[in-house]
Design a protein around this ligand. Structure first.
Ligand code: HEC
Length: 106
């Protein structure tokens, strides 16, 4: 008797955990990655990084994805593109999507 109740309890707990863990993770990805961009681009992407970059606040996520992939491939950028290549090389395709989505929503 007690055993059945325990099983039911743990199933409920399990469900609660899965929801609390999985729901915010999608957003946390972009938020976390963006923390590595803040020092140059500003807390809400409102700065011109090192006085050289365009302000990326207001960019669409596809614009940001294209720029980041371009830095990675060496096909995009201005005088300081080598610096952004270092940043972009750290990101896989999913992280680029996440962070672009996040920035476009700022
Ligand atoms: C060390 C400072 C620094 C960090 C950290 C940094 N950036 Fe940059 N970012 C720059 C600079 C400088 C440029 C302009 C580079 C150039 O000459 O093309 C730039 C350019 C960009 C551009 C294109 C804007 C343009 O001018 O064409 C995007 C998009 C971008 N960064 C996104 C990011 C993201 C996303 C991150 C975090 C993952 C990040 N940056 C981290 C300095 C930085």
């Amino acid at each position: 008797m007690g055993g059945t109740r325990m099983k039911k309890m743990s199933r409920i707990l399990f469900t609660v955990c899965v929801f609390t863990v999985s729901a915010p993770v999608v957003h946390a990805g972009g938020t976390e990655v963006f923390q590595t961009c803040v020092e140059c681009h500003g807390a809400s992407a409102e700065k011109s990084a090192m006085g050289k970059s365009q302000v990326i606040k207001g960019w669409s996520s596809s614009q940001i994805v294209d720029a980041l992939n371009g830095y990675k491939a060496g096909t995009y950028g201005g005088p300081l593109k080598a610096l952004m290549k270092v940043q972009a090389d750290k990101l896989d395709a999913a992280s680029i999507q996440d962070v672009a989505q996040y920035i476009s929503g700022l």
